[in-house]
Each structure stands twice: as structure tokens, then as C-alpha cells.
Design a protein around this ligand. Structure first.
Ligand SMILES: Nc1ncnc2c1ncn2[C@@H]1O[C@H](COP(=O)(O)OP(=O)(O)OP(=O)(O)O)[C@@H](O)[C@H]1O
Ligand SMILES: [Mg+2]
Length: 263
């Protein structure tokens, strides 16, 4: 496993072509599922000072792709994700995200609310006026996409953290969400659960064709599952594009940082 410590250290700014085209599964006619243009977000302190949290961030993610958002602690990833989810309004800038969109939180115990897996995935479907058969079919398809079908009747309390995350993702898929916004889902998970959740997202995208996911992570090794990535530092988007290029960029920073320490 690669050392993700580079993500914890500030370094020199990197100028990259924004909106560079990822090498994988992309063409000029593709539709865009997530777009943020020149987003800034500030908060005011009680003393009347303004603290900038996001500074002129732009990103663009094609439909049907799995992208990751990386950067050091406190660089603004969750704030950006909440703006894309419509949970926060940007101070400046515009957002276009395909709807419906779902935000999945870090703590698996905050995701699941009903006693059984089946009831939990069906929970959000009440608003759609569906027949019982339609509800059953949506629940079963969604659980299939995250490889949780055999747990349908299980009590959610008996699931592992990663299985709970997969149930939460199935809930979003059952509601036919077009965009999944996932904030550090694997933080509390062991390696098996981590891979299970990533594969569940990947499989959900592959089986639906038009679901797009943006996944916030600190774990560099997860980049290998991504179609593209965004790297942030200090409230700014520093690099945006192909996952392999972002991986190279972070690894280069890592060696530069190690050299600096050694010298
Ligand atoms: N409402 C707020 N008031 C003041 N500061 C805030 C507020 N919300 C976020 N911040 C600050 O903005 C910065 C970015 O926070 P954010 O949670 O977006 O970072 P992050 O990249 O998700 O960090 P982590 O990797 O630790 O989850 C942090 O320094 C945080 O303390
Ligand atoms: Mg965060």
C-alpha cells in the first residue's frame, strides 16, 4: 500500500489544464453530470472576519464515470462535496449537478435507519407512489448492484461498516439517483470492507450506465478504481483529470517532500 502521507503536507502550487480530458471512456460528445464553475465559499467569524474555505474551484465530471476527490486534511473536500450536493450554497460561482443526487456520509452508523436491509433500501421509496411489486423490484435490483442481495432479510445491526455503506448506496440507487456524492466512506473500514464498497460503487456505475460518482478519499490506492480525479490543496483545485496522472503528480510530491526532509 502506498503511503498517503503526502496528502497531509502542503506543497508548491501546480498549474494544470482544467477540464483536461481523462484518457478512459471519454469523448467530446459526452454529457456532463457534475459541474462547478469558479466556486468560492467563505464563512464569517463572530468577530466579523471572513474566512475563505474554497477559492475559485472549477471541476467537470462526465456522466457515467467514477471520479475521486483527494487532498490534505482541511483543504475543503467535504465543503466542495456539500456544495455539489446542494447542502451548502457557494458564496460565488455556479453548480450544475444531474438530479436526483445523493450524499452518503462517512459514518456507516449514520446511514441506515430501518431494522432490516430490505426495509432500509425501501425507506426512501414512499414518496414515489409505487406498487408493492415495483418497490420489491427496485430494492432487489439495487441490492444486486452492491452485491448485498443475500442480506435482504438481515438486521442492519448485524452488518459490518462496509455492508452498511453498501446498503446506503443501494438506497440511493433504488431512488434512481443520477449522482452519488460519497464522503470518505472507507475511513472506518478494514481492507476487505474498503474494497467491497469501492467495487459496489464501480459495479453500480457499470450496471446502470448513467450513474456518476464522486468519491472523497485519503487513500491513494483507491485511485486505481477511478476514471478521473480532482486534487485539492488549501481550498483550490490544483489538478483535474486522468486518475493515473493525478497518482503520478501525488507520488512526485511525495518524493519531493521526502527529499526535502532528508536534506
Ligand atoms: N462552518 C465553518 N466555519 C468555519 N470553518 C469551517 C467551516 N466549515 C469548514 N471549515 C473549515 O474549512 C476547512 C475545510 O473543511 P473541510 O471539512 O471541507 O475539509 P476536508 O478537506 O473535508 O478535511 P478532512 O480531510 O479532514 O475531512 C477546514 O479548515 C475547516 O475547519
Ligand atoms: Mg472531509
Amino acid at each position: 500500500m502506498m503511503n498517503p502521507s503526502i496528502l497531509m503536507h502542503p506543497s508548491k502550487p501546480f498549474v494544470s489544464p482544467l477540464y483536461s480530458t481523462p484518457r478512459t471512456r471519454t469523448n467530446v460528445t459526452e454529457s456532463i453530470a457534475i459541474e462547478g464553475r469558479n466556486l468560492s465559499y467563505s464563512v464569517a467569524t463572530r468577530q466579523g472576519k471572513t474566512i475563505p474555505i474554497l477559492r475559485d474551484c472549477s471541476l467537470r465530471i462526465p456522466s457515467g464515470q467514477f471520479w475521486m476527490l483527494l487532498g490534505p486534511n482541511g483543504c475543503g473536500k467535504s465543503t466542495l462535496l456539500k456544495i455539489l450536493a446542494g447542502l451548502l450554497n457557494p458564496t460565488i460561482g455556479s453548480v450544475h449537478v444531474k438530479k436526483p443526487r445523493s450524499f452518503v456520509f462517512q459514518n456507516p452508523d449514520h446511514q441506515v435507519v430501518m431494522p432490516t436491509v430490505e426495509a432500509d433500501v425501501a425507506f426512501g421509496l414512499g414518496k414515489f407512489n409505487l406498487t408493492p411489486d415495483e418497490v420489491k423490484s427496485r430494492v432487489s435490483k439495487a441490492l444486486d448492484a452492491v452485491s448485498m442481495s443475500k442480506f435482504m432479510q438481515r438486521s442492519v445491526q448485524t452488518l459490518s461498516g462496509g455492508q452498511k455503506q453498501r446498503v446506503a448506496i443501494a438506497g440511493a440507487l433504488a431512488e434512481a439517483c443520477k449522482v452519488l456524492l460519497l464522503d470518505e466512506l472507507t475511513t472506518f473500514l478494514d481492507e476487505n470492507d474498503q474494497i467491497g464498497v469501492i467495487k459496489a460503487v464501480r459495479n453500480s456505475l457499470n450496471s446502470s450506465g448513467d450513474v456518476t460518482a464522486l468519491w472523497v478519499t485519503h487513500r491513494l490506492e483507491e485511485l486505481e478504481y477511478a476514471d478521473g480525479a480532482v486534487y485539492m490543496e488549501d481550498g483550490r483545485v490544483k489538478m483535474h483529470g486522468n486518475a493515473a496522472d493525478i497518482m503520478d503528480f501525488i507520488m512526485t510530491r511525495q518524493s519531493a517532500y521526502i527529499k526535502e526532509i532528508n536534506s
